[in-house]
Design a binder for this molecule. Structure first.
Ligand code: ATP
Length: 265
């Protein structure tokens, strides 16, 4: 790790050397509970990076996020970190830049591909006993060529018997997390539920984009919409297996990865 500071003219300066090659532009590309993400550009190569400035400096969540990301370095479907810099207790992470997220409208034919790529990343994480705990379309980034880059490991941790339940954005939260008390027994299966919701969510959004000129005439009623989503036997089987109410009946990441889903949904 290297100490750094940000100069008034937007350069990222290391204590031990001047990082003249990385120009830091004050363009906010994302903002979350744990930090602000800016775009950084390498002056020599023009390559773009994302610089996440962690709001609360070095705290448990930051350490967890970095240790998970470090454990997953080299995986083709997980966001890569290039530098982690720290100064006066403040911290920033330089990552690969991914211009899109799954929250953007994506081609319907891409659903199978992204599902398998997310399943690949989750299968690797779950094998390492890491649970993501915040899988949403906003945290699944996409490169220029629409390759999945799972990101935002701020809530990720090593799975253990008792874990806190106020995790995962509500719409993507598995039923076993809706318990009182704040702490419960659950497993990596919560990530698979989130993936199931994401698949339905993306298909529905793609079929009925809100900004479509005929949006008001489109069938928003779930009774009309779900048959469209469910008319493909393969989607139906996978979505039903991911959205199994009982966690132990839910499809595992490696099972989805090995299920041979490659044809467009
Ligand atoms: N590597 C990246 N490339 C491009 N955009 C990114 C990158 N990393 C993060 N972002 C953008 O910044 C947003 C916030 O980043 P991130 O989710 O890591 O922050 P956070 O504070 O942990 O957020 P949250 O409140 O969701 O936990 C993301 O939703 C995404 O839009």
């Amino acid at each position: 790790m290297k100490a750094f500071w940000l100069t008034a003219d937007g350069r990222l300066v290391y204590v031990d050397r001047l990082a003249e090659d990385i120009k830091f532009r004050r363009t906010v590309i994302g903002q979350g509970a744990y930090g602000t993400v800016y775009k950084a550009t390498c002056q020599k190569t023009g390559k773009e990076f994302a610089l996440k400035c962690h709001k609360r400096g070095v705290e448990e969540a930051t350490v967890r996020e970095l240790s998970c990301l470090t454990a997953l370095q080299g995986h083709p479907y997980v966001i890569q970190i290039h530098e982690c810099v720290i100064h006066n207790g403040m911290m920033a992470t330089l990552m690969s830049y991914a211009p899109y997220t799954l929250s953007n409208i994506i081609p319907l034919s891409f659903v199978a591909r992204f599902s398998v790529q997310v399943a690949e990343a989750l299968s690797y994480m779950h094998r390492l006993n890491l649970v993501h705990r915040d899988l949403t379309p906003f945290n699944v980034l996409l490169t220029e060529d629409l390759t999945v880059q799972v990101a935002d490991m701020g809530l990720s941790r090593h799975s253990c018997k008792w874990m806190s339940t106020p995790v995962v954005t509500e719409a993507y939260r598995a039923p076993e997390l809706f318990v009182e008390g704040g702490i419960s027994e659950y497993t990596c299966a919560i990530d698979m539920w989130s993936l199931g919701v994401m698949i339905v969510d993306i298909i529905v959004r793609t079929l009925c984009p809100k900004d479509h000129p005929d949006a008001s005439l489109m069938p928003w009623d779930p009774k009309t919409l779900m048959p469209q989503v469910m008319k493909c036997a393969l989607v139906k089987r996978i979505v039903f297996q991911l959205l199994a109410f009982r966690a132990n009946e839910r499809l595992l990441a490696h099972e989805l990865r090995e299920s041979g889903v490659s044809s467009p949904f």
